[in-house]
Design a protein around this ligand. Structure first.
Ligand code: KG4
Ligand code: ZN
Length: 338
């Protein structure tokens, strides 16, 4: 009997039906990208309201596509942290109502750990522990030493912006759309990654596993609009492509440098990667290349399992199999786990 997973931490309303063998019976993601595009970032109030409108249709569609009757669900899993409070509450309320009506258990899961669990879905038992976990998303850029799907020890992470946030802000500075990551990637395609030498903050600090992207963002800002200079039109053509490619390369270099340090620190020979930024072609290619050089098995899920989805809620099976459930007073923990 499968479980129903619900995800509403930020601006995607998602539901999935997943078998005990971790097979994906269905996965539905309703993106709010268009709603937030004009603000070039997620507006929490708008996100919560959109979740309220979409959550029931999304769940119904997931059950319908899977061909599973509600009565056959074994449990309902829901992301309860971290994320936007209003958004999380919508998913949790829906999950509680379903669990109460059907008389089935509820299991809350951590969205960040779930991003890494996507590797278990895409790569099966190649995800071996202990391993290094890298989550690069709109809210997180964090490295973990992982001992099991649910045991994550934080090694380091960003001290300011997350990588996805940096992509989003850079895209805005360059006059591109939202979300910024895919836009920068698209434009960077025809640019030179060495045209501009942007900083790789903390990359040469071999002591700390921390990352920083705000200086990089500022460097781009001053390149686009020098101090005291006139307000210019956003760059175009070759200049735009070169700026995007050089920025993207700096983000990727910063991340690969810290992954390499994490490998030296932990001695792990498996790297699990997750989060929206992991759908970036350059980051995927460079991590895989690095893995080949270092003898590390690098696992990156397909892009649809990197950006927010409910399939990664399959992590709840790890608890269900141990008979570990939550009670009716399950609550959310909002915010960002830096
Ligand atoms: O994991 P995710 O869907 O949501 C969060 O948990 O934050 O990640 C969204 C972030 C956004 O900042 C978006 O710009 C970034 O992932 N992103 C990318 C790409 N696709 C999405 N960044 C770089 N390259 C991409 N192709
Ligand atoms: Zn996410």
């Amino acid at each position: 009997m499968p479980l129903l997973a619900i995800e509403s931490t930020c601006d995607e309303t998602a539901a999935a039906v997943i078998g005990r063998d971790r097979s994906i019976l269905s996965s539905v993601v309703a993106s709010q990208e268009k709603l937030h595009a004009r603000w070039k970032g997620v507006v929490p109030e708008v996100a919560s309201r959109a979740h309220v409108e979409r959550i029931i249709p999304v769940i119904d569609e997931a059950l319908g596509r899977a061909g599973v009757d509600r009565e056959n669900l074994v449990a309902v899993a829901v992301a309860v942290q971290p994320g936007l409070a209003g958004s999380l509450l919508v998913g949790l309320s829906a999950a509680k109502a379903i669990a109460a009506v059907l008389g089935i258990p509820i299991v809350g899961y951590n969205h960040v750990a779930a991003h890494l669990y996507a590797c278990r879905i895409s790569h099966g038992m190649r995800l071996r522990y202990p391993c290094i976990g890298l989550v690069a998303s709109g809210g997180h850029t964090t490295l973990f030493h992982m001992f099991s799907p649910l045991e994550l020890s934080r090694l380091g992470g960003t001290i300011d912006d997350a990588a996805g946030e940096a992509f989003d802000k850079a895209a805005s500075l360059l006059g591109l759309g939202y979300p910024g990551g895919p836009e920068i990637e698209r434009v960077a395609h025809s640019g030179s990654p060495t045209a501009y030498r942007f900083p790789r903050p903390l990359a040469r600090d071999h002591e700390r596993l921390d990352l920083s992207f705000s200086g990089l963002k500022t460097a781009l800002r001053y390149q686009v609009r020098p101090v005291g200079g006139p307000v210019r039109e956003p760059p175009r053509g070759k200049t735009l492509a070169d700026l995007a490619a050089s920025f993207q390369q700096a983000v990727v270099d910063s991340i690969v440098a810290k992954v390499d340090l994490a490998r030296r620190r932990t001695g792990c020979s498996t790297l699990a990667v997750g989060g929206g930024v992991a759908s970036n072609t350059l980051l995927r290619a460079e991590l895989i290349e690095w893995g080949k050089r270092e003898g590390v098995d690098v696992l990156v899920p397909p892009p649809a399992l990197c950006t927010d989805n409910a399939v990664m809620g399959a992590i709840a099976w790890e608890r269900i199999e141990k008979g570990d459930f939550d009670s009716g007073d399950l609550d959310i923990t909002a915010g960002t786990e830096r």
